[in-house]
Design a protein around this ligand. Structure first.
Ligand code: SF4
Ligand code: SF4
Length: 66
């Protein structure tokens, strides 16, 4: 499962680390055992992407930052 902001590839092992670490508690595990963004409160800290043990989660900024 993926969204515009959070994209998860098939390499996800369903460990739930990203869900546990999200400071805004806006990630949930889906029925496919992959995380998805339940709430749009994401503040783009990048924690979920950085801490994923298999680097399968990609966070996309919805705007450009220079
Ligand atoms: S980028 Fe930060 S706030 Fe957004 S889902 Fe990941 S851990 Fe949560
Ligand atoms: S930390 Fe990575 S491997 Fe673990 S559930 Fe999240 S996206 Fe999947």
């Amino acid at each position: 499962m993926s969204s515009y902001i959070i994209e998860v590839s098939d390499e996800c092992i369903g460990c739930g680390i990203c869900v546990d670490l999200c400071p805004l508690n806006c990630l949930r595990m889906g029925e496919d055992n992959k995380p998805y963004l339940q709430y749009e409160e994401c503040w783009y800290c990048g924690c979920c992407e950085i801490e994923c043990p298999v680097s399968c989660l990609k966070m996309h900024f919805p705007f450009l930052i220079y």
